[in-house]
Write a protein that binds this ligand. Sequence first.
Ligand code: PLP
Length: 442
Amino acid sequence: MTHPEFSMDNQWLPFTPNRQFRKDPRVFVAADGMFFTTHDGRQVIDGVSSLWCVAAGHNRRPIHEAIKRQLDTLDYATAFQVSNDKAFVAAERIASLAPGDLNKVLFCNSGSEAADTSLKVALAYHRARGEGHRNIFIGRERAYHGVGFGGMSVGGIPANRKVFGPALLPRVDHLRFAHDPVNHAYVHGAEPVWGEDPLLELETRILPLHDPSNVAAIIVEPVVGSAGWYIPPKGYLKRLREICDKHGILLIFDEVITGFGRLGTPFAADYYGVVPDMLNFAKAVTNGVMPLGGVVCRDALFDAMMTGPEHVIEFFHGYTYSGHPVACAAAIATLDLYVEEDLFARAGKMGVALGDAMHSALRGLPTVTGLRTLGLAGAVELASIPGAPGKRAFDIFLDCFHQGVLVRAAGENLVLAPPFVVEQGHIDQMVSTLAASIRKHA
Ligand SMILES: Cc1ncc(COP(=O)(O)O)c(C=O)c1O
């Protein structure tokens, strides 16, 4: 199929139903602030920060200027055995923002690479300390840690795993999905208080089964993001920290979505008052403008691995583009912008407005079975169409797009997570469009 401006014959689209897309192309050609322009000249509001990336809004000049300056100064330099000045500055800035002694930044280019990097650090760290037998990872049902084999293995979204069976890592177990659709279908900003202990299973079944001394790391998204914004029970992450400490297990927070302000604090680790051993980031670190990801490690992890002869590489891992100078220049300018415009606090404030609007407009609509809002994000859950899982949400996503609002369909959920520069008027437009579409598809 061809379009006047481009042929659609060659791009195989990621995480997209390609045949449907070809019949109904959704192509952006420009963006500014909260809005995209489509190839057919329509304005569409970015209700999902372009998948949790564009926190400061589109087309931010200070970031673009920093990228242009960097291109004219040092376009690229290899990352192995040498480095570049911007990578050090970006690492320093990220480490100073991260809580506790999370001070050592390993750069990569995406959230998927961050997941695999963090798992490899865990294995290498334990081995360096003479505990190479610690090689089991524990993830969580419904988790998303990207599409590398490591991230996929600890991830828990069935569709992302089902055709890759034999290639998944063998020594992996999963915590149960911590969501109670009966007692906590509707959550607005609060932490759901559970009657039972959702981590009892970890202590009484999973760890005894493998023996805790064999477990390298537990990895979780503090708030389950890709699967549809599921908020942890009260005390869950603190308790997970205690269990990890008790057994010498590393705790990894995948903050690819929650990092850089989405909850109104720099990281979810700050929001919940829990410092992990590693913190994975990507997306909003550059406002989505350049690919950049990384893992912030506690000092002790780095220190334990600084052994052996000094001319020998301590950790055999890295990417050609680790700490790319242009991406790091974009990150520095982005972090400056977040501070100058106090955007994390703004995310917290506008998050309350988004939550209020979603709860008042969507709760009680036909087919709505749940609604969860926290920080500047919310998900409305719908009854699935029998025999067609996910179809209702996908149809609503399409309809909203045609009505000028980009929302995200995740299973039976529709998610809103706008840029932090969102105004009340944008929230009203997004929520009323979503409400009308939910009614239409009931
Ligand atoms: C929590 C989490 N981890 C990892 C990833 C993967 O990131 P990427 O698509 O940059 O590889 C994502 C992407 O949405 C994510 O939400």
